[in-house]
Design a protein around this ligand. Structure first.
Ligand code: FES
Length: 112
């Protein structure tokens, strides 16, 4: 299924706002990537509730809503906004240098 294809990190450059893309970080983790206000963000592609793919979630602004049971996260930070999940999801840094993109594990950041 197209949905499940793991896209090359460089494909995030074609990503429109309001969509999520399944890709892979440099450490091998599957990640869900989004573009918000012209910046790219990524979180682990595994809802911390029961593990549904967050690349299949809905996204409005920076809020992603898991399609399984409705947990919400801020895609910019991985912060949990609404349960049933009980904590946030790992976030990653999306580094863009011209046509080169790498998605790196990042320390969890608190929302500002
Ligand atoms: S698996 Fe995501 S809310 Fe349950």
């Amino acid at each position: 299924m197209f949905f499940d294809r793991v896209h090359e990190p460089t494909e995030v450059l074609d990503l429109d706002e309001g969509r999520l893309l399944l890709s892979r970080a440099t450490n091998g983790d599957k990640v869900a990537v989004a573009k918000v206000d012209g910046e790219y963000y990524a979180v682990k592609d595994r809802c911390v509730h029961l593990g549904c793919s967050l690349a299949k979630a809905r996204i409005e602004g920076a809020t992603i809503t898991c399609h399984c049971h409705g947990s919400q996260y801020d895609v910019r930070t991985g912060e949990l906004l609404r349960g049933p999940a009980t904590h946030g999801v790992d976030s990653y840094a999306v580094l863009v240098d011209g046509e080169t993109v790498s998605i790196e594990p990042a320390a969890r950041r608190e929302a500002v």
